[in-house]
Design a protein. Structure first.
Length: 443
C-alpha cells in the first residue's frame, strides 16, 4: 500500500506547490459549451461559494464546549454564516451600482472590492468592477476580472461581451512589451563576447541566481557564503549543511545545463528533466534525485497527480515542450509556461520549484536569451502570480516572468557600460565572516 505524504508549505508554489482545490486550472476555450444567448436576458448572477472557514478561538486552552441544548443553534450559525456573507456581498454590489449612477465612482470601486472580499467568486461584482477599471483605463486588470468571471461562469453574457472588447487591447499591450524585451536582447547580443565587463557580470549573475533560487525556498545563506561554498566546497561554520548542499546541487544542475543540454541538438526529453532534478537533489537526497515520486502528496489545497499518472503527465509535458505550438511562442511566454506546467504537475517529492526555474532558464537560453533571476524580494509577487494562474488566467504569471527578464537584461546592460563595476547590490553583501573556519561540506 502506497504511503501518503502531507506537505504543509505556506510558502506557496516552489518546492512545495500550493495550488487551489482544482486538480487542473480552469481554462477558457472551445471546450466550454454555452447555451444560445437569449435576447433580453439578464447576465448570469451566479456567485459561487467562498464563505469563510470557522476556526476555534486561539489561545492555550481549547474553547469550552457549548451546553448540549445549544449545539443545534451553534450548528445553525455555522451554516448561516456563508449565506450572510453572500447577502452582504449582494448588498454591497447594489449600493455600488447606486453610487456609480450618482457619479461617485471611487465609492463604487471600494464597495465592489468589499463585495469581492466577502465572496471572491461573485460574478456580477467581478464584471462590474471590471467595467469601472476599464473606464479608469486599467484594461489589463479589467480583462483579468472578466477572465476570472468566465472561469467561474463560462456563459455569462456580460463577461463574454466585455472580454471580447478588452482581449485584443491586452494582447497588443503584451506584444508591445515583448518587443521592448527583444530590443534589449539585441543590444546585449551586440556586445562582443570577449568584453571583460560582460564576462565579469555573467559570472556574478551565476552566483546571484543560486543565491536567490535557494533563498526563495527559505535558505539563510548569504551571497558571499554561497560563492565561498561553490568555489571551495568547504562549509561555512554555523550554517545548515543541508542548505549548503542545496546550493551545491543547484550549481551542479546549472553546470549540466550549460555544458550538456545547451550544446546538444534535438528535442527535449523526460530524461533531461530527471537529470536536472538528479543534480538538484544530488547532495541533499541522492535517493530521490532524478526519480518521480512514488507516494501521493498533498500540498496545501492542491492534490497533484497520483504517482501512477506521473509518467503520462510528464510525457504530455515533453510533447508540449517539443510541439510546434510551443516553439512558435515568444521565448518568454514559452519559458513561463514550461515553468508553470512542471511545477503544477509536482512530479518530485522535493526540488520542484528549483527544477522548474532551471527548466525555464534552459528554454530561455536555447532562444539565446540570458538566464533570468527571480529575486527573493519578489517571492510574494511570484506566488501571487502562480495563484492567479491556477485560478484560470496564466497571463499575469507570464507578465511577471517578462518583468524578471527585463530586470535581468537591464542589470546586464548597465553593468557592461564603461563605468560599471559589477552587479547592482553585489557589494552590499560583506565578505563571509566565517569562511576561514570551514569543514568539508560532503564526502
Amino acid at each position: 500500500m502506497e504511503g501518503l505524504i502531507i506537505i504543509e508549505d505556506h510558502h506557496g508554489y516552489c518546492d512545495g506547490v500550493s495550488l487551489h482545490q482544482r486538480p487542473f486550472p480552469r481554462r477558457m476555450g472551445p471546450a466550454a459549451v454555452c447555451p444560445p444567448r437569449l435576447s433580453g436576458g439578464r447576465p448570469d448572477a451566479s456567485g459561487g461559494g467562498g464563505g469563510p472557514v470557522l476556526r476555534r478561538p486561539g489561545g492555550l486552552r481549547p474553547a469550552p464546549l457549548p451546553p448540549v441544548g445549544k449545539l443545534a443553534a451553534a450548528s445553525s450559525c455555522a451554516v448561516d454564516q456563508p449565506h450572510q456573507m453572500e447577502l452582504e456581498a449582494k448588498a454591497a454590489l447594489q449600493l455600488a451600482l447606486e453610487m456609480k449612477k450618482l457619479g461617485k465612482r471611487e465609492k463604487a470601486h471600494k464597495l465592489l472590492v468589499h463585495a469581492l472580499s466577502l465572496n471572491p467568486d461573485y460574478v456580477d461584482a467581478l464584471t462590474e468592477l471590471g467595467t469601472i477599471l476599464e473606464e479608469e483605463k486599467d484594461v489589463v486588470q479589467a480583462d483579468h476580472l472578466y477572465t476570472k468571471a468566465l472561469a467561474i461562469s463560462p456563459c455569462n453574457e456580460r463577461a463574454l461581451v466585455s472580454r471580447d472588447r478588452t482581449l485584443p487591447l491586452v494582447e497588443e499591450i503584451d506584444q508591445r512589451y515583448f518587443g521592448i524585451i527583444d530590443s534589449k536582447v539585441r543590444r546585449l547580443m551586440s556586445i562582443p563576447k570577449g568584453n571583460s565587463a560582460l564576462r565579469r557580470v555573467m559570472e556574478e549573475t551565476y552566483y546571484h541566481h543560486i543565491y536567490h533560487t535557494v533563498a526563495i525556498e527559505g535558505s539563510t545563506l548569504t551571497l558571499s557564503e554561497i560563492r565561498h561554498i561553490i568555489e571551495t566546497r568547504y562549509a561555512v561554520a554555523g550554517k545548515s549543511l543541508q542548505e549548503q548542499n542545496e546550493a551545491i546541487g543547484v550549481d551542479a544542475a546549472m553546470k549540466y545545463i550549460n555544458t550538456t543540454l545547451l550544446s546538444r541538438s534535438g528535442t527535449m526529453t523526460v530524461s533531461d528533466i530527471l537529470e536536472i532534478h538528479r543534480r538538484v537533489l544530488g547532495y541533499v537526497d541522492p535517493v530521490e534525485g532524478g526519480r518521480l515520486r512514488t507516494s501521493q502528496v498533498f500540498v496545501g489545497h492542491h492534490i497533484p497527480p497520483h504517482p501512477r499518472d506521473l509518467q503520462r503527465h510528464m510525457h504530455e509535458l515533453v510533447q508540449w515542450l517539443n510541439s510546434e505550438e510551443a516553439l512558435q511562442m515568444h521565448p518568454v511566454e514559452y519559458a513561463a509556461l514550461a515553468h508553470y506546467k512542471l511545477v503544477y504537475v509536482h512530479p518530485f517529492v522535493d526540488g520542484n520549484g528549483r527544477t522548474s526555474r532551471l527548466l525555464m532558464n534552459l528554454v530561455l537560453m536555447q532562444a539565446r536569451y540570458p538566464p533570468i533571476t527571480i529575486r527573493k524580494e519578489q517571492r510574494a509577487e511570484y506566488y501571487t502570480a502562480l495563484d492567479t494562474a491556477n485560478e484560470g488566467d496564466v497571463r499575469p504569471f507570464i507578465r511577471f516572468i517578462a518583468k524578471c527578464t527585463e530586470m535581468t537584461l537591464d542589470t546586464l546592460l548597465i553593468s557592461t557600460t564603461e563605468h560599471a563595476v559589477g552587479l547592482p547590490g553585489a557589494s552590499q553583501d560583506h565578505a563571509c565572516p566565517d569562511c576561514k573556519q570551514t569543514i568539508p561540506i560532503h564526502n
